[in-house]
Ligand binder design. Structure first.
Ligand code: SAJ
Length: 432
């Protein structure tokens, strides 16, 4: 009899739904649990509520075979995977309300020998806190190895990149932290059933710190690139050229500057570390502040360019937090366009191929969502905020008339006289 037959995945978002679908496709019985009935309705009809390559086909398949079912409350299973949002509150401290509700929901249905795994990004000590809560509420259960009837509790952070989730879920290495070594080994056995990457056991606290470290590391590196872009701008040097040339050094790999850092992970997780040791977190906190400040400087640069063309319409290219996704959460592009729409109203034309409806906070000022080719034909100014492939592929001949602020460095082929920190100066007739 296999050790793990039925798996409950709590939270059917960007991580939970693909995880549930992949596990179901490996022959296990999966129940996807979400408190949002529109989500469970969508999934139970074999559809999806998020944009992710190939996920629709996989969900359709596992729902139609009955391997993936849904519910709005926890029910008994062998394994529970918690994949609910763990955002920050207005004081930039972890907001664990969804996580606590998920743990409360599953405590009542736990049975001896269950395995409980937390995948949500969490502050250090959260997994041990879950073990304590379970011990307090269910004194009939012990924590330990499933073989002796104990409940095993582990932390295994998700590491997948939106846009490549299905492949990274299976191929990435996993770091698995148990509240005891036996808990880690048990969770390792579970992940090996569907993960091709290495599954490495550690303690729960170390695994929590590993996850936060990964995203804080990336945030700090992007902050370096963003700060560099401002310094290059001051010195009238093309930052993209500097980065390309510096990266030819065998031990240098500068990341790309942009309009700020978005998404629900990198713009959020470093604050979990800061909240845990405020007196020690100088670099991590400053990096967050540098990346956040890039939004304001992008707005400032946009205004400077728009003011040079008092009657021109402005094509704002991209709202998503990064290339080739539909996700607008914590998106710097969305914030930049929001601020420009307040100032310039109907002159703002938004191009975002991944959404069908303009967000209300932008639309209410008269800005419209239009197609890229229309925007390029009818606008004189373009502000590139996201490096979607569709924007990259726009031929030079069709966009050479534009005055461009290219915050992502994707249109570096424009025949300009000077490039200033990502700004491609407007081309005069004499220059072309
Ligand atoms: N960005 C830049 N310059 C760069 C790279 C990224 O400005 O050179 C910006 C992006 O445009 C975006 C933000 O950073 O606004 C974050 O994008 P990302 O692609 O770096 O990361 P996410 O948020 O999509 O996913 C990250 C990943 N973490 C790391 O790469 C360390 C992913 O593996 C995690 O699973 C995910 O966070 C998560 O859920 O924690």
């Amino acid at each position: 009899m296999p050790e793990f037959n039925k798996v409950a995945v709590i939270g059917l978002g960007y991580i939970g739904l693909p995880t549930a679908a992949v596990i179901a496709s490996r022959g296990m019985e999966v129940i996807g649990i979400d408190i949002d009935e529109t989500v469970t309705r969508t999934v139970s009809s074999g559809s999806i509520h998020i944009e992710e390559p190939d996920l629709d086909g996989l969900v359709q398949k596992v729902v139609s075979t009955g391997a993936l079912k849904v519910a709005t409350a926890a029910e008994p299973a062998d394994v529970f995977i918690i994949a609910v949002p763990t955002p920050i509150d207005k004081d930039k401290r972890p907001d664990l309300r969804s996580l606590n509700a998920a743990v409360d929901g599953l405590t009542g249905v736990l049975r001896p020998g269950n395995l409980v795994i937390l995948e949500s990004t969490s502050p250090i000590g959260t997994t041990e806190g879950i073990a304590k809560k379970i011990r307090d509420r269910r004194p009939d259960l012990t924590i330990g190895d499933g073989a002796s009837g104990g409940i095993s509790i582990a932390y295994c952070p998700e590491r997948v990149l939106p846009g490549r989730i299905l492949s990274e879920l299976v191929n990435n290495d996993r770091c698995i932290g148990g509240v005891t070594p036996n808990c880690a080994r048990r969770a390792q056995r579970f992940y090996k059933m569907f993960v091709r990457g290495a599954c490495i056991a550690t303690s729960a606290r170390a695994a929590e710190m590993v996850k936060l470290t990964e995203n804080a590391f990336r945030d700090t590196n992007i902050a370096f690139a963003n700060e560099l872009s401002l310094i290059c701008e001051r010195h009238d040097i093309n930052v993209w050229e500097v980065i390309d040339l510096a990266n030819r050094h065998p031990r240098v790999n500068v990341l790309r500057p942009g309009p700020g850092v978005g998404g629900h992970c990198i713009a959020v997780d470093p604050w979990f570390i800061v909240a845990s040791a405020p007196d020690l977190c100088r670099l991590i906190k400053t990096s967050r502040e540098i990346n956040d400040a890039k939004i304001a400087s992008t707005v400032e640069r946009s205004i400077a360019l728009i003011e040079e063309h008092p009657y021109a319409d402005v094509a704002c290219c991209g709202l998503a937090f990064k290339a080739n996704v539909d996700d607008l959460r914590e998106s710097p592009a969305l914030e930049v366009v929001h601020q420009l729409s307040i100032k310039y109203g109907p002159r703002i034309k938004v191009v975002e191929p991944y959404i069908r409806k303009i967000p209300s906070q932008i639309g209410e000022h008269g800005a419209q969502l239009i197609d890229l080719d229309v925007a390029i034909r009818t606008c004189e100014i373009a502000i590139v905020l996201v490096d979607h492939d569709q924007f990259k592929m726009m031929p030079l001949a069709e966009r050479r008339h534009l005055a461009v602020l290219d915050t992502r460095g994707i249109w570096q082929d424009m025949p300009v006289q000077s490039t200033v920190g990502g700004i491609l100066a407007p081309i005069s007739a004499a220059q072309t």
